[in-house]
Design a protein around this ligand. Structure first.
Ligand SMILES: NC(=O)c1ccc[n+]([C@@H]2O[C@H](COP(=O)([O-])OP(=O)(O)OC[C@H]3O[C@@H](n4cnc5c(N)ncnc54)[C@H](OP(=O)(O)O)[C@@H]3O)[C@@H](O)[C@H]2O)c1
Length: 254
């Protein structure tokens, strides 16, 4: 599979109005992407990006759970070469799977984080094929490799993203599409506002994602926490599970 160059690419980013998605849009353009289709549930929230970057940013109304939005995005962004499945949700921090509202959180997280990735990837697969193969980049989480006690149902949805990333890699290899999974640790965005851990900035994470994509890495660990946990996952998955549970138990006791 060929390595994906950012300069000259045409990218689609879901959840582009804030957090990691917004940082990806800005870093893609800084690195020479010719155009970015920025997807947001409310396209007005992209106005300042369009003012700054002019016609290189094209706003798309894109709720990843709405089939009409997804279909329209794939038709509008017919010249796309890289799809970033970034949009995501996490229910209330600290909800355990035994809480009464856990099922509702879990369904919503699966709807956005898993079915959203599946829907956009299916819609864009023929577009990428027509444009020479390109790449799909799925923003999963290190919590998809080991269950985070603070984010139990969210972690399960990100495990599903990890799995569908592997499925897409197999399924799209014959059309020359490179498929990467991104497994960040805590990132300083709205989603991780209540996470009591050291966080990396969204900008640094976006830069690391693009660097790793250009280097042809299929599993991207874009920050120090994820690099440490990723290495432990590869070496000793059971040890990582136990260490993560112990860390959470220590925080509860503190
Ligand atoms: N922050 C972390 O610590 C961390 C760690 C690992 C992985 N991640 C992953 O990184 C990705 C970006 O998260 P973030 O940290 O940047 O969080 P964020 O600041 O909360 O941003 C989430 C983005 O997803 C969008 N979104 C939510 N539901 C959507 C839907 N149904 N359709 C389309 N867009 C939707 C939001 O749009 P609205 O403004 O309309 O709500 C927003 O743009 C997510 O997949 C997240 O799971 C984050």
């Amino acid at each position: 599979m060929s390595v994906e160059k950012i300069a000259g690419s045409v990218a689609v980013v879901s959840g582009a109005n804030r957090g990691i998605g917004r940082a990806l849009v800005e870093e893609l353009l800084t690195a020479g992407a010719s155009k970015v289709y920025a997807g947001a549930r409310n396209p007005d929230s992209l106005d300042d990006l369009r003012e700054t970057w002019g016609s290189r940013v094209v706003a798309l109304k894109l709720d990843v759970t709405e089939p009409e939005d997804v279909g329209r995005a794939a038709t509008s962004a017919a010249d796309a070469t890289i799809l970033f499945n970034n949009a995501g949700v996490a229910g209330t921090v600290g909800t355990s799977i035994t809480d009464p509202d856990a099922l509702a959180h879990a369904r919503h997280e699966m709807e956005v984080n898993y079915f959203g990735v599946l829907a956009l990837s299916s819609a864009f697969a023929p577009v990428l094929a027509r444009n020479g193969g390109g790449a799909v980049v799925n923003v999963a989480s290190v919590a998809g490799l080991v269950n985070f006690p603070l984010f139990q149902t969210y972690s399960a949805s990100k495990a599903a993203v990890h799995s569908v990333t592997q499925a897409l890699r197999t399924g799209l290899s014959s059309q020359g599409t490179f498929v990467a999974g991104v497994y960040p640790g805590p990132v300083d965005t709205e989603m991780a506002r209540d996470v009591p851990m050291e966080k990396t900035s969204a900008r640094d994470v976006a830069r690391a994602i693009l660097r790793s994509l250009e280097a042809g890495e299929e599993e991207i660990f874009p920050d120090p926490v994820s690099q440490q946990m990723g290495a432990m996952f590869l070496e000793d998955p059971k040890g990582l599970e136990q260490a993560t549970a112990a860390m959470a138990a220590g925080e509860e006791a503190a």
